[in-house]
Design a protein around this ligand. Structure first.
Ligand SMILES: C[S@@+](CC[C@H](N)C(=O)[O-])C[C@H]1O[C@@H](n2cnc3c(N)ncnc32)[C@H](O)[C@@H]1O
Length: 658
């Protein structure tokens, strides 16, 4: 009888689901499972990981080996390294060390500096930078079984080499564009829900901290609204920058194109990009013409395994203004200076000859650059100078009514029409109040595009960028577009956090458009501590990797993260990379508003009164409903008995709840 009444009550007072249960609801779980697969590919073929090569090109892996870690305590190590900004590492339980991978030597050295000498548990950590070839790295971490499986898969692979290359460079090329967009939209949703869950599940949070992350503890999967993905206006041939390898194809013929990504007995095959949908017709034509040139050359192409040969890399920047930059890289160790000079003259004459060709073969190279590189790393490098052979050494691009100069080493988004949509949306979200004096912090500003296109609606723009050539471009770009309220700093943002911290004006808005792995944690700390910044627009081309930044921006205040935290308020994905599995995710973060002490007290009182009233009202209704239901469902029992029992249970409920 009592159980019956209890079950009736349970149907009216359902057991409260935890927030975690709410978040993990069926549909999301299903979505997450589906997305797990996508997630793995995101990390492997990120557009900015290999912005120029498109194909998987890196041959050197930069890792930091962290020694003196506790054996077995992987969870503790994860907590410790995540706190320092390194959530991804490799450690087997029996190792007393871990490996953290980086894209560049500089990043690895920085991490080494940070980790070396840190105290963890009872030990002082020792960190060292380890550089390995991708091949040896793969062997080190690939088990015999997976190596065998891969070999079997390769043997059963019936695709032509061109198809393999297309699958590698543009993995979604067979998926209808509408479906690609749906897939990318789901990825954005998944990242947002991960952010919410990560914040909600943070451990050791004080009562005050809980209030700061109240938004993450609300029911529902998403922390903020996400708008429909913005498609790319152009879906084929949109890439303005490509970096091609000069090597040999599967038949040993000298070829200019992308690495097929297969290593067979030290041989790396290069294939023409003819089937790659994202490469522009001009870039394909340039690659083909350079192929003809190296085939006719008396010098061989560079061989990565023996480190011999001459022709190494070709980079193209093909803008919609009609400007085309070609950068040719060679190894000169075996050549005499006069042979190098003769080759430069040949290249000038060669590219010049394409200006007068029939329309379908015509190539107008507006600037030709040349780089000598005898080092190991592959690709155009900033460690060697680039010589301008023809033109002024720049290409120019039009974007949102402004004209931008781009040098060979400067970053510029590779899909111009989609970038216009991204920046226009970013400006809309900045929602600049023109009656107020606003400073716009353009962090990781590249050639200054975002700040310059928005400069007229703000009082001041401050741009920080680590590539000095890009800052020279940014200054020239501001001048060219008659923008006078900008200031630029050639530095890593983390080395000039004073600029972030000291930014003052009536309003300060920060736009963070970092590389795929985000910014150093100190930048996020500076943004949080700069009380004038109330809005951050974060543009990320790899939200999975930027998650540590998002979390750092939103986590409650602590000794390490001071300053009132932010919360995500809206988000949108923009597809800058059709046929690849990447897109940009833009998130608006706003500083949370904490109630004052008085407001807090008033709220508490109101809440208490409200809860009591609601509970009493609910209980009254419940008693009535329950009695009616009980009467209907229990003809054999005495109605009075049912009434009494139900009332007893309700009273007990009231007592416990109050
Ligand atoms: C995704 S790009 C964005 C550039 C620019 N906002 C644009 O849209 O053209 C990232 C830029 O951050 C720069 N960068 C990378 N790490 C940096 C750091 N630690 N400090 C400052 N700039 C950095 C890169 O050189 C690159 O220009």
């Amino acid at each position: 009888m009592f159980a019956y009444a209890r079950s009736l009550l349970n149907s009216v007072f359902p057991k409260k689901r935890s927030l975690e249960e709410d978040q993990d609801d069926q549909s999301l779980e299903h979505q997450t499972k589906k997305l797990k697969m996508e997630e793995t590919t995101v990390a492997d073929t990120n557009p900015e990981a290999q912005p120029a090569t498109v194909a998987v090109e890196p041959t050197l892996i930069y890792r930091v080996k962290v020694n003196n870690l506790p054996v077995r305590d992987v969870a503790g190590t994860k907590k410790f390294l995540t706190k320092l900004g390194y959530p991804r590492f490799k450690k087997a339980p029996e190792w007393n060390y871990a490996y953290i991978s980086f894209n560049t030597k500089e990043e690895a050295e920085k991490a080494k500096e940070q980790l070396d000498g840190q105290k963890f548990k009872k030990d002082i950590l020792e960190a060292e930078v380890v550089i390995a070839t991708e091949d040896s790295y793969r062997k080190r971490f690939m088990s015999k079984a997976s190596e065998k499986k891969q070999k079997e898969e390769e043997a059963n692979d019936t695709r032509t080499p061109s198809e393999k290359l297309a699958d590698q460079v543009t993995p979604l090329h067979k998926v209808p564009y509408e479906k690609q967009l749906q897939q990318k939209e789901r990825v954005g949703i998944k990242h947002l829900s991960t952010l919410k869950r990560t914040i909600a599940n943070l451990k050791d949070i004080t009562e005050k901290g809980r209030k700061e992350i109240e938004w993450a503890r609300q029911p529902g999967a998403l922390p903020c609204p996400i708008s429909s993905i913005i498609p790319s206006p152009e879906i084929n041939g949109y890439r303005t920058k490509c970096e091609f390898t000069i090597g040999k194809d599967l038949d040993g013929r000298r070829t200019v194109g992308f690495l097929l990504g297969l290593y067979r007995a030290g041989i790396t095959a290069v294939l023409e990009p003819s089937e790659c949908l994202n490469v522009s017709t001009t870039a394909k034509r340039i690659a083909k013409a350079m192929g003809d040139y190296v085939r006719a050359s008396e010098y061989d192409v560079y061989d990565r395994s023996t480190k011999t040969g001459v022709w190494r890399t070709l980079m193209t920047k093909t803008q919609r203004t009609g400007d085309n930059m070609v950068v040719v890289q060679m190894r000169s160790e075996d050549l005499k200076p006069e042979q190098v000079e003769a080759e430069k003259a040949n290249l000038i004459a060669y590219w010049d000859s394409f200006k007068d060709k029939p329309e379908d073969e015509k190539i107008v190279v507006t600037t030709l650059l040349f780089q000598i590189w005898n080092g190991d790393a592959n690709g155009i490098t900033d460690k060697a100078p680039t010589e301008v052979l023809t033109g002024d050494g720049y290409v120019y691009e039009e974007l949102l009514g402004c004209r931008f100069r781009i040098s060979s080493s400067a970053f510029f988004q590779v899909n111009t029409p989609a970038t216009e949509l991204l920046y226009a949306k970013c400006a809309e979200w900045c929602n600049i109040d023109k009656t107020k004096k606003t400073t716009l912090l353009d962090l990781c500003c590249g050639t200054g595009t975002i700040g310059i296109t928005m400069a007229k609606s703000v009082d001041r723009v401050v741009g920080i960028e680590m590539v000095p050539e890009a800052i020279v471009d940014a200054k020239a770009n501001a001048e060219r577009n008659n923008i006078t309220n900008v200031e630029y700093f050639a530095s890593k943002v983390e080395d000039r956090i004073d600029i972030v911290t000291n930014a003052t004006n009536e309003e300060v808005v920060a736009i963070l458009d970092p590389p795929r792995n985000g910014v150093h944690a100190s930048v996020i700390r500076a943004v949080r501590e700069s009380s004038k910044i109330n809005k951050v627009i974060f543009i990320s081309c790899d939200a999975k990797q930027a998650m540590a930044n998002f979390t750092a921006l939103c986590r409650p205040q602590s000794n390490r993260f001071k300053g009132v935290p932010f919360k995500p308020t809206k988000a949108i994905s923009i597809d800058l990379f059709p046929h690849s599995d990447h897109s940009e995710l833009m998130i608006e973060f706003e500083r949370i508003e904490l109630p004052t002490e008085d407001e807090e007290k008033m709220k508490e009182n109101e809440k208490e009164e409200e809860t009591t009233t609601i509970k009493i009202e609910t209980i009254e209704t419940t008693v009535e409903e329950t009695i009616v239901e009980a009467k209907a469902a229990s003809p054999v029992e005495s109605v009075t008995e049912v009434e009494t029992t139900v009332e007893t249970v309700v009273e007990t409920e009231v007592e416990t709840q109050e």
